[in-house]
Design a protein around this ligand. Structure first.
Ligand SMILES: [Zn+2]
Length: 470
């Protein structure tokens, strides 16, 4: 009996081992079959790809059963700029396997703050506390000032940056408030020259306050007789938001507009110089005893001596662009930075600070739309508010339409006045515009014969404007 029990136990063990062995073999067969049907092995089956961060779908291939990783092909690359799921098909020797990737924005913005000092009146905007914020998507910034009493003192400020996917970063900084007892300072523009019949622009002075970004400017021009030429006293009063005041008295000279002095005027203008042709242009202008306006750039500074010569010869040197790259239209700052550079360059060469501007492409250009929507609307307004004058043209020689446009064609176009009494002609001063030089004497001849006076553009000149389209 005992022996039989022992025998049975043994039998069961044998059976169990046999079953296990069978299972192992089955699993082996299954596994082998799976490896043959799905030869590509992956690092991960569920992959989250960070939004806007490059990810190479091949990096997920771990190995290939009895094969080489290098022979695996994918049907497309992952586009990390598109949120959501993307399925990539991997193929190895006619066998295909799909892996689905989730493109997600999981990273919170990085945020660097600055502390701010202000008066007891103003409250800086949340963004003013931000020195740097970075994220793959658009970020919203909010602030919370702890227990702000609008009195002298230091306050804790919490800034939260939240991205489009809701990831957020919160950091702390400080706002220090002081009683402002200092009046704003006033920086004068060179010399103010007004035009009869035109109100004096109060923005021709620059006001700086230690705390108030926009001090109020009032101008008392009650002593100015806008109907007559003459020199008049005016008074500016500037006040910051804490109530500190400063007064500036100065004189303004009003003169007649060019267009009031002459019946017919032509402004010859040359863009994009200096160039190899500037010298030839100057010679023609000199021989004909006429003056023109050069809207110069900073791209050919080895020839800046010729700008000086042009200026000494009585021509106007005005501002086109330092780089002449349309990326200056990216925002107001990029434009104003470029303008300041060309203004400084012209000041260095001629000793005169020019406030006369021609936009690359003119104020009506639509290329700027590729960089910033509405930028021309802003810039034309900004420039006028800052005391600049921008000039387009109302007659086009069309020398920009190609190099070596026949001179006869340029003369024909440059003399199409359409009955205008004040003409601004667009020409170009570059190495390639030889036919412009060739056409110039005939253009000058036409306007002389038709009773026009040649003038360089000044602050009292008529400014042709196209009308803004962006
Ligand atoms: Zn240009």
């Amino acid at each position: 009996m005992k022996k039989k029990k022992h025998k049975n136990k043994k039998k069961w063990i044998h059976r169990a081992i046999l079953a296990l062995a069978c299972l192992c073999i089955l699993f082996g067969i299954y596994s082998l079959a799976d490896h043959i049907i799905h030869p590509i092995r992956f690092q991960k089956k569920n992959v989250i790809v960070e939004y806007k961060e490059p990810y190479d779908a091949m990096d997920n291939v771990k190995s290939v059963f009895l094969g080489d990783k290098k022979d695996v092909k994918i049907n497309k690359a992952i586009n990390p700029k598109k949120k959501g799921s993307q399925t990539i098909t991997y193929t190895y020797k006619n066998k295909s396997q799909d892996v689905t990737y989730q493109i997600k924005d999981t990273k919170a913005p990085t945020l660097k703050l600055r502390s701010i000092k202000t008066d007891t009146v103003g409250t800086p905007k949340a963004l003013e506390f931000v020195e740097k914020v970075r994220d793959a998507s658009k970020v919203k910034v909010t602030k919370q000032i702890e227990n702000d009493k609008k009195q002298e003192g230091k306050y804790k400020v919490f800034i939260t940056a939240t991205d489009a996917s809701g990831n957020s970063t919160k950091k702390e900084t400080t706002l220090s408030r002081y009683n402002d007892t200092q009046a704003p300072t006033i920086k004068k523009a060179n010399k103010i020259v007004g035009i009869v019949g035109q109100k004096i622009n109060k923005n021709d002075i620059t006001v700086i306050d230690d705390y108030d970004p926009n001090p109020k400017v009032k101008i008392d021009d009650s002593k100015v007789d806008y109907d007559n030429e003459g020199t008049y006293a005016i008074k500016y009063t500037v006040t910051d938001r804490s109530g500190n005041k400063r007064v500036l008295k100065r004189k303004v000279k009003l003169s007649l507009n060019d267009t009031d002095k002459y019946d017919k005027i032509v402004y010859l203008t040359f863009d994009d110089g200096p160039s190899d042709n500037t010298k030839k242009i100057l010679k023609i202008l000199k021989d004909n005893k006429v003056h023109a306006t050069f809207f110069v750039t900073g791209t050919n500074q080895s020839k800046n001596d010729i700008i000086k010569k042009a200026y000494k010869q009585g021509n106007a040197i005005a501002l086109h662009s330092y780089t002449h790259d349309y990326s200056i239209y990216t925002n107001e700052k990029t434009y104003m930075d470029d303008l300041k550079k060309i203004q400084d360059m012209v000041k260095k060469v001629t000793g005169h600070k020019s406030m006369i501007v021609r936009f690359p492409g003119g104020s009506s250009n639509s290329i700027s739309k590729n960089y910033c929507k509405g930028i021309m609307t802003k810039l034309t307004h900004d420039l006028e508010a800052k005391g600049y004058q921008y000039h387009d043209w109302n007659v086009d020689s069309t020398d920009a339409s190609g190099n070596n446009v026949p001179a006869s064609q340029l003369v024909e176009n440059a003399t199409k006045t359409n009955g205008l009494d004040v003409v601004t002609i667009l020409c170009h001063d570059t190495d390639a515009k030889n036919t412009t030089v060739e056409a110039l004497p005939k253009i000058i001849k036409y306007y002389k014969e038709n009773g026009y006076t040649f003038l360089p553009i000044t602050s009292t000149s008529y400014a042709a404007h196209h009308g803004v389209t962006n």
